[in-house]
Design a protein around this ligand. Structure first.
Ligand code: ZN
Length: 308
């Protein structure tokens, strides 16, 4: 199985406009796709990442207007960590203060330097200073290269029991890098930069409740459909119940629920977000899945404008 690290992280939001403003204007990411939920086409599916939305950079959101905030707990991703250049934290702290976005100096784990940031729906976002990350951040969103977010560093999964999920990740090619109390850090060798998954054991904590700010699933990258088929075979042998490949227009996806309760996806790096928009225009037009194109007029009336 050849997993390259994270592909994307998909989460829920309570409002499209506030979500778009936070990720594009505050964090300076590029919106690389504006489309709709395949299963609920009156709801946006918004993607924010680097210049191309490369695998390992894209956070995607389903904004469901007015849904309540999710409850923290186990069986869920509890934090998404981004990589920023060494020394960039001070600049980010000033920017976030100016924008009145809650944040605090990050206290670990593993001696990491950075900021803990609270997103518009209470989501936990870490900006972590990383020395050995050659990825270039998007500088078209008002954040220069010395400070720009380069993509994900990793995710933290909060679990009642970590061993079964750790076994799945090890089957996917991850290996334990470090342990600090209840936290086990796994890393994939030769990854795309979004290389880490932290597992935090919280055996007595209730399950997280899904809502605004909740991560819906965590997607891992494979290069192409052959690698995806190989991963599907190996994970099925390891006992996972996996969906058949599903065409998500910008990648092919398979899904399975991990024993700890977190939904995993394995997504192909191809064809990518520039399959239906020129690279310089990514994320500007409303793109609809083929089967919903006939509903375009109605969908455009319903969706909240986000660029005004
Ligand atoms: Zn996904």
């Amino acid at each position: 199985m050849k997993i390259n690290g994270l592909h994307h992280v998909t989460a829920l939001a309570s409002g499209a406009r506030s979500n778009n403003a936070f990720y594009t204007q505050a964090l300076g990411l590029r919106r690389v796709k504006k489309t709709v939920n395949f299963d609920a086409p009156d709801t946006y599916h918004l993607y924010y990442g680097d210049e191309r939305g490369r695998p390992g950079t894209a956070i995607t959101y389903f904004p469901f207007a007015g849904i309540g905030q999710g409850g923290k707990g186990t069986g869920a991703a509890s934090e998404v960590a981004y990589s920023i250049p060494v020394g960039a934290s001070g600049w980010w702290a000033e920017r976030l203060t100016t924008l009145e976005i809650p944040h605090a100096r990050r206290e670990g784990p593993f001696g990491e330097t950075g900021l803990d940031v609270t997103g518009p729906d209470g989501e936990a976002i870490a900006l972590v200073e990383v020395a050995d990350d050659a990825r270039e951040g998007w500088t078209g969103g008002g954040v220069d290269a010395a400070h720009a977010i380069r993509g994900f560093r990793g995710v933290t999964l909060r679990l009642r029991e970590t061993a079964p999920t750790q076994a799945i990740l090890e089957a996917m090619g991850y290996a334990v890098e470090a342990v600090d109390g209840a936290r086990t850090r796994l890393k994939i060798a030769g990854g795309n930069g979004a290389d880490l998954v932290d597992l935090v054991a919280a055996p007595n904590e209730p399950r997280a409740a899904e809502g605004a700010g909740s991560v819906h699933h965590v997607a891992f990258s494979v290069s192409d459909r052959a690698a995806q088929d190989e991963a599907r075979r190996a994970l099925t042998e390891a006992g996972a119940q996996i969906t058949p490949p599903i065409d998500r227009d910008y990648f092919w996806a398979i899904y399975f629920r991990t024993p700890g309760g977190v939904l995993f996806e394995i997504a192909t790096d191809e064809p990518g977000f520039d399959r239906d928009e020129a690279p310089e225009a990514l994320g500007t037009a409303l793109k609809l899945p083929r089967q919903h194109e006939r509903l375009r007029t109605r969908i455009e009336e319903i969706l909240e404008p986000i660029d005004a």
